[in-house]
Design a protein. Structure first.
Lengths: 188, 63
C-alpha cells in the first residue's frame, strides 16, 4: 500500500524520475514558463520551489557581492549554492540561443525576485488535453514571468498572394520558421 | 456454476445502464474574453485568456 507515501512515481525507477525532474527544473528556471503534463507540473512544483527556497532563505546574502559579505555569510552562501548545483545541471539554453547559468540565476536573480515570499513561486495554468494520449497539459510558470505573447501572424499576407510562386514558397518557409520559434518552450 | 435463470429483460438492462454507465455531457462555459465555448478552469482554446489575462499563446489570425 502506498498510504502516506507522497509523490508520483511516473512508472520510472528512481534514477529516471530524478533525471526527469532535474531536467524539468532546469528548463523551468531557464525558460520561466514551460508546457508539460499536469502531473509532471505538480511534481515539479515541489522540487523546484524547494530548490529556490534554499536561495531565498539567505535573503540579501544570496545576491550581495562576495566582497561585502562576512566570512560566515560567505560560507552560508557557498553551502546553499552547492546544494542547488548538486541538483540542477549548470547551464540551460533559451529559445533565442543564449546560455543561462541555472545555478547563478537561482542564487542571484530568483532569490531577489522571491525574497520574503513564503513559497508559491510558480503558477500552473491548465490548457486542455493533449492530442494523442489525452493527457491534461499545463503551463507551469514563475508567478512574475513575462506575459505570454501571441505567435506572430505572417507578414504582408496580401503581398504573398500576388507574388510569384517562387517568392511565395520562400515566404511560407519564413513563416514556418517564425511560428516554430514561439515564446514558450515545449517540454515533454 | 451459477448461471442466470432468465434472460435479462430490456427494461432491467436499461435500468442498469441508466446510472453508472451513462455518458455525461462535457461542461462548457462561454469565455469571458471572446465568448467562445471553453472548458472551465482552463485557458481558452480560442483566445488563450484565463482569469482576465493572456495565459496561452495562440496563432494570431490574419486580417
Ligand atoms: Zn476566449
Amino acid at each position: 500500500m502506498r498510504h502516506k507515501k507522497a509523490g508520483r512515481q511516473f512508472g520510472r525507477d528512481t534514477s529516471s524520475r530524478r533525471a526527469m525532474l532535474r531536467n524539468l527544473t532546469a528548463n523551468l528556471i531557464t525558460h520561466e514558463r514551460i508546457e508539460t503534463t499536469d502531473a509532471k507540473a505538480k511534481e515539479l512544483r515541489r522540487v523546484a520551489e524547494r530548490l529556490i527556497t534554499k536561495a531565498t532563505r539567505l535573503g540579501k546574502v544570496a545576491y550581495t557581492a562576495q566582497s561585502e559579505l562576512s566570512a560566515a555569510d560567505k560560507a552560508r552562501r557557498l553551502h546553499a549554492e552547492r546544494l542547488v548545483s548538486s541538483y540542477v545541471p549548470r547551464f540551460g539554453v533559451k529559445a533565442d540561443g543564449t546560455k543561462v547559468d541555472v545555478v547563478e540565476k537561482v542564487m542571484l536573480d530568483l532569490s531577489k525576485r522571491f525574497e520574503g515570499r513564503p513559497g508559491g513561486y510558480t503558477r500552473i495554468i491548465k490548457l486542455g488535453n493533449r492530442r494523442g494520449d489525452n493527457a491534461p497539459m499545463v503551463y507551469i510558470e514563475f508567478i512574475d514571468a513575462a506575459p505570454v505573447t501571441d505567435k506572430q501572424a505572417p507578414e504582408e499576407p496580401a503581398a504573398a498572394v500576388t507574388a510569384e510562386p517562387t517568392t511565395a514558397a520562400s515566404a511560407s518557409a519564413e513563416t514556418a520558421s517564425t511560428a516554430s520559434s514561439g515564446e514558450t518552450a515545449s517540454n515533454e | 456454476m451459477a448461471v442466470p435463470k432468465r434472460k435479462t429483460t430490456p427494461s432491467k438492462r436499461d435500468m442498469r445502464r441508466a446510472n453508472h454507465d451513462k455518458v455525461t455531457p462535457v461542461q462548457v462555459v462561454a469565455c469571458p474574453n471572446c465568448g467562445e465555448a471553453a472548458l472551465p478552469h482552463r485557458a481558452c482554446g480560442a483566445c488563450g485568456f484565463y482569469k482576465g489575462r493572456k495565459a496561452k499563446a495562440v496563432k494570431a489570425t490574419t486580417a
